[in-house]
Design a binder for this molecule. Structure first.
Ligand SMILES: [Zn+2]
Length: 465
């Protein structure tokens, strides 16, 4: 599992509508690089990239030197002084702050809970508009410098990615539909807490913004997400409008963004914020303890729905605060407020039923059975792309007889047709493609596109009408 910080719909928006050529190219490049990464990332849970070192708070920062090489060259590790490179020093400092929060507040050493060295790479690719946890390490891009600044700049980006790692080593939530939105939300919740703790903010003082300072000046944005008021973080001609929702009544059922994981995460985000505000004080002391305990209390599966997560937080609150039942009451009230419990309970159950994660490495079903090819030679091929920008689907149809690329597309179709398509688990920021050609009809996630399929869908989406 791996998780990108910028939601795919926003990356797509940058790629399509950025005001400058430079930024537009960077957004497109990030999508392509993420795709190449998917092919490399199948690291087993329980493994960390770097060896364990003696002492506590072990970190090593590498530089990819603007390449895709991971982890890259070691540029700063434990005990080293600041090196003067902002990306290196920011990531070193932020990872230490996040480690401190998990260790001192929740008794967790490192991402894996066993004190292993946290491995970080900065200067990944060139103008890379993203940050991610690749299953073994944390990776940060420099941003394009026109829309996005350095991804190491706001410390809560580090905290968010670090928490994706913690989730992998605890409940292991799937990155699809409701468990995927919970995965996103928990990462945001701990990111906000880490920032509040560094600033010494109480729940009343906190801004509850994720990624403040990540956008360059001139972009109309408070940050990337508001966990207190989902959907209000940005609204700008260059990047569009924040699409997050904060209530089950607005739950977005979509095939895009792995079931809208970055959009529906606003619902559990707001539940946490409401509970924390109601409880008062510092978020990490009570509400944070409840959320952390929920990752470990054994009540959740990797396919947890919002409702089962909500019930698990209430159970944790009851057990942790036996002498103060008001904590569990406030947690329950927050889940009711966002519509996950009580009024929203049926909807939550329905959504849980819809959760479906293909087995890793399993063959993808082809609707028409054996892909022996269409019985006739159809005159058109259609490609539908979902994912990326939430709620939008791009459909294009190419006339194979009249388009100059028709013969090449036919050749690609013949090449692709008989091949079995391997489907991996849903992954962040991936598109899903559906190809229709006569009685052929198949769907394949972006990370599983073969070179021929990739060329095929690109030609049809770029040239088709
Ligand atoms: Zn994430």
């Amino acid at each position: 599992m791996c998780c990108s910080f910028v939601p795919p719909y926003l990356l797509q928006r940058v790629a399509l509508w950025a005001g400058t050529r430079h930024a537009s190219d960077s957004g497109r490049e990030t999508l392509q690089v993420d795709d190449r990464l998917r092919a490399q990332r199948q690291s087993p849970a329980g493994e960390m990239a770097a060896p364990r070192l003696p002492g506590s708070k072990k970190r090593v920062v590498h530089s990819a030197n603007n390449t895709q090489t991971l982890p890259g060259e070691v540029v700063r590790s434990n005990g080293d002084p600041a090196v003067g490179d902002p990306a290196v020093d920011e990531s070193f400092d932020a990872s230490g702050q996040v480690w401190d929060m998990f260790e001192s507040q929740f008794g967790r050493q490192s991402i894996d809970g066993r004190g292993s060295t946290v491995s970080i790479t900065v200067h990944y690719e060139r103008d890379y508009d993203n940050a991610f946890w690749d299953g073994t390490q944390l990776v940060f891009g420099d941003g394009d410098g026109q829309i996005f600044d350095r991804f190491t700049k706001p410390m809560d980006v580090m905290a968010h990615e670090y928490t994706h790692g913690v989730i992998q080593f605890t409940v292991g939530l799937a990155y699809q539909d409701q468990p995927g939105a919970l995965n996103e939300s928990i990462s945001d919740v701990f990111a906000s807490m880490a920032k509040q703790r560094v600033l010494g903010h109480t729940v009343a003082e906190a801004d509850w913004i994720i990624g403040a300072g990540l956008f360059m000046p001139g972009i109309n944005a408070k940050g990337l997400r508001s966990i207190r008021e989902p959907g209000t973080a940005y609204d700008d001609p260059q990047i569009g409008r924040d699409l997050q929702v904060g209530s089950m009544s607005n739950y977005v059922v979509t095939d895009t963004d792995n079931g809208g994981v970055h959009i529906n995460s606003g619902i559990p985000n707001r539940a946490f914020t409401l509970a924390a505000l109601d409880i008062g004080g510092y978020s990490w002391e009570k509400a944070g303890r409840v959320w952390y305990d929920t990752l470990l209390n054994g009540q959740l599966s990797a396919q947890a729905s919002f409702e089962s997560f909500a019930q698990a937080t209430i159970a944790s609150a009851r057990r942790l605060f036996v002498d103060d039942p008001s904590i569990a009451d406030k947690v329950r009230a927050a889940w009711i407020d966002v519509g996950v419990l009580a009024a929203g309970i049926d909807l939550a159950a329905d959504q849980a039923v819809a959760v479906s994660v293909p087995a890793a490495g399993g063959a993808l079903a082809v609707d028409s059975g054996e892909p022996t090819g269409p019985s006739e030679q159809p005159a058109t091929v259609a490609v539908r792309r979902s994912g990326g920008f939430a709620g939008t689907t791009k459909v294009r149809q190419l006339d194979l007889d009249s388009d100059p690329e028709g013969p090449e597309v036919r050749r690609l179709l013949m090449h692709v047709g008989p091949q079995p398509i391997a489907a991996t688990r849903p992954a962040p920021d991936r598109f899903v493609y559906t190809v229709e050609y006569g009685d052929w009809h198949f769907t394949v996630p972006e990370q599983d596109l073969t070179p021929e399929l990739r060329r095929l869908v690109q030609v049809v989406l770029n040239r088709g009408g």
